[in-house]
Write a protein that binds this ligand. Structure first.
Ligand code: FE
Ligand code: FE
Length: 167
């Protein structure tokens, strides 16, 4: 438990939470890559796995800027989202329908991250931590564009096929 006296304390708490969340994601994505049926979906997951490694490095740079040890604190929110995603990974059925389920699971991850990084960037700016804010804002943009890419995949691909799979 953290002692939250200042906004800076809250910022560090959220930073540690997010660091842990990103680490959980790097463990989950390889399973999503393995299970994706569509090539373009698999490619999106593979690219985001690489991006996520870079995002972890940015968080480590942020800790360094703050003279803090890079240490995560268990992110229960992400654990829950990933747990739901792994239930989806265990399902059997039509490939297009399963891909649509994977997209939905991945977008829940991205939305959680967008909320986290949005908060972190706002706190960092308020605290005058410009360099740190810029680092985190870069990641925020990556998460947003990943989310948009997944939306496009859902609209142009698996979901449409999934709708007709049973006909
Ligand atoms: Fe991320
Ligand atoms: Fe992400």
């Amino acid at each position: 438990m953290a002692n939250l006296t200042t906004l800076h304390d809250l910022f560090v708490k959220e930073l540690r939470d997010t660091y842990d969340a990103e680490k959980q994601i790097t463990k989950a994505l390889p399973k999503m890559i393995k299970q994706a049926h569509r090539d373009d979906l698999r490619a999106a997951f593979e690219e985001h796995q690489q991006q996520t490694l870079g995002q972890i490095e940015r968080l480590e740079q942020a800790f360094e800027q703050l003279d803090l040890r890079a240490k995560g604190v268990r992110c229960h929110g992400m654990a829950g989202i990933i747990e739901e995603g792994s239930e989806m990974l265990a399902e059997k059925g039509d490939q297009a329908v399963l891909d649509a389920g994977l997209i939905a699971a991945a977008q829940k991850v991205e939305h959680y991250e967008i909320a986290s990084y949005g908060t972190l960037v706002a706190y960092a700016r308020t605290l005058g931590l410009t360099k740190v804010a810029d680092l985190l804002a870069e990641t925020l943009e990556e998460e947003k564009s990943t989310d948009q890419r997944l939306s496009r995949l859902a609209e142009t691909g698996p979901n449409r096929q999934a709708a007709t799979a049973s006909r």
